[in-house]
Design a binder for this molecule. Structure first.
Ligand SMILES: [Zn+2]
Length: 380
């Protein structure tokens, strides 16, 4: 059986461990997979730039220049993966039933192989008459997106496709998120002395019940047509020392998922308002909230031509692409905020971030062919 060169490249990428070392201390990171990608781009005749974003963690940016000036299109994909706990042979690509299994197969070495395959097909098919194509393989999306931040600091494009897995639909929007810490404070005392003790955990209970009704309100609001409603959930809670004592502290980490158009610190403002109300009801109540980390939601400008152009390109390549929204956050928000209108488009599969992960072989090839068609049209 002759294996498509893009699929052979995908197998190579899966076989190289590129677990994100910020997620899993001591993990290998992206250096080796970046070398493989740089070699692929050089072999295809692209100009390759390698920049260390953090020690041992390089972005690879390759450029295919057209023969005359014109628009610049970017393809962007992350080359780190999440950890491999519970997987038997995470870096051994396995073919079964038209799928390739392995860590990162769907998230997102399938998309990276497709964008590299597209660049190669364009270069070998006579290059671009006009404009240029930038192919960006970036580090650290699964943690803090150091790679995308570094990319937009140096590179510009008129539009971008982030090849995260979308089942070959064109995703024009995704949610954002905010991680918030709330702490309630009490007073430690012997469990037999209610006059002295102030229970920080029960006080957090008041916060939790208000958070629950806030979540109900958020989910009762009119839904975004592609993304549904905003929401929140309590993620981690900690407090208390021993059975016989009043706890003096309780801490809660919560996640608020946000929609385009919401204020940038919506979740934090809501938490602060809840605490203010609880203080008004009970002068002894003590607690505060802080924003730990957050990422903005994203939606491409409705009038932008990129989504329709990509749907056309995908249709010409044999996909039935629709315009959709994705719930998960992506680097498209960073590109979009930097003035590069972006969409997501990538192959289908299943099991991202779980022990059994695969990507559909046919989808990887269709994704590549759609990207080729888009680049030809967009740079014309
Ligand atoms: Zn991803």
């Amino acid at each position: 059986m002759v294996i498509d060169p893009t699929i052979r490249l995908l197998e190579d990428l899966i076989a190289i461990d590129s677990v994100n070392p910020s997620l899993v201390p001591g993990a290998r990171g992206e250096a080796e997979v970046a070398r493989r990608i740089a070699a692929e781009c050089t072999a295809a005749g692209l100009t390759v730039d390698i920049t260390e974003v953090a020690p041992g963690r390089p972005n690879v940016v390759a450029v295919l220049e057209g023969r005359a000036p014109g628009p610049t299109l970017m393809f962007c994909g992350h080359i780190d993966t999440v950890g491999v706990a519970g997987m038997e042979a995470p870096f051994q690509p396995v073919h079964r039933d038209g799928r390739v299994y392995g860590r990162g197969a769907q998230d997102m070495k399938g998309g990276v192989a497709a964008m590299l395959g597209a660049a190669r097909a364009l270069a070998e098919g006579g290059g671009l008459p006009r404009g240029s194509l930038i192919v960006a393989a970036v580090v650290d999306e699964e943690h803090a997106s150091l790679g995308a931040d570094a990319l937009v600091a140096r590179w510009r494009a008129d539009a971008a496709v982030v090849t995260e897995p979308t089942d070959l639909d064109v995703a024009v929007a995704h949610k954002g998120f905010q991680w918030i810490e709330i702490e309630t404070r009490g007073r430690s005392a012997h469990g037999s002395r209610p006059d002295d003790g102030r229970d920080a955990i029960l006080r957090m209970g008041r916060v939790l019940s208000r958070l629950e009704s806030l979540d109900r309100q958020l989910q009762a609001q009119p839904a975004h047509p592609l993304l549904g409603t905003a929401s929140l959930h309590a993620s981690i809670i900690a407090g208390g020392v021993e059975l016989s004592s009043y706890p003096d502290r309780c801490s809660l980490h919560l996640e608020r998922r946000t929609l385009p158009g919401e204020p940038p610190r919506a979740g934090l403002q809501e938490a602060v308002a809840i605490l203010d109300r609880l203080r008004r009801d009970d002068w002894e109540f003590e607690g505060d909230a802080r924003l730990m980390f957050g990422r903005e939601p994203y939606e491409i400008e409705p009038a932008h031509t990129l989504p329709a152009a990509l749907v056309r390109a995908a249709t010409s390549a044999g996909c039935q692409a629709r315009q959709v929204g994705m719930t998960f956050w992506s680097d498209a928000a960073i590109l979009g905020a930097a003035g590069i209108p972006s969409v997501l488009f990538g192959p289908g599969g299943a099991g991202l971030h779980s022990p059994e992960e695969y990507v559909r072989v046919e989808d990887v090839c269709l994704c590549r062919d759609a990207l080729v068609a888009l680049a030809r049209e967009f740079t014309r």
